[in-house]
Design a protein around this ligand. Structure first.
Ligand code: ZN
Length: 80
């Protein structure tokens, strides 16, 4: 699998969004559509923030290291 394609094996989810979605409290078709998350770099590392609940989802601490990151965008060619 190419590293620039979607290789996500375990999505990061907001626990509150997941609870509400699983309880049938939303009309969203999927948890992905229901959740609203911001992702960004902080002074500590990388944070995922739930906009819907205004709460931290995860804050990954880089411990001063600079992990390898690939910001290239690779799109599949449309089929003719
Ligand atoms: Zn949430």
């Amino acid at each position: 699998m190419h590293p620039l394609f979607n290789n996500i094996r375990e999505p990061v989810v907001c626990a509150k969004c997941a609870d509400e979605f699983q309880a049938g409290a939303t009309d969203a078709a999927s948890l992905q559509e229901y959740t609203r998350m911001d992702v960004g770099f902080t002074d500590r590392g990388l944070q995922v923030w739930c906009r819907r609940h205004q709460t931290n989802v995860v804050h990954i601490h880089f411990a001063g290291a600079t992990p390898e990151a690939d910001f290239r965008c690779l799109e599949k060619k449309p089929k003719n």
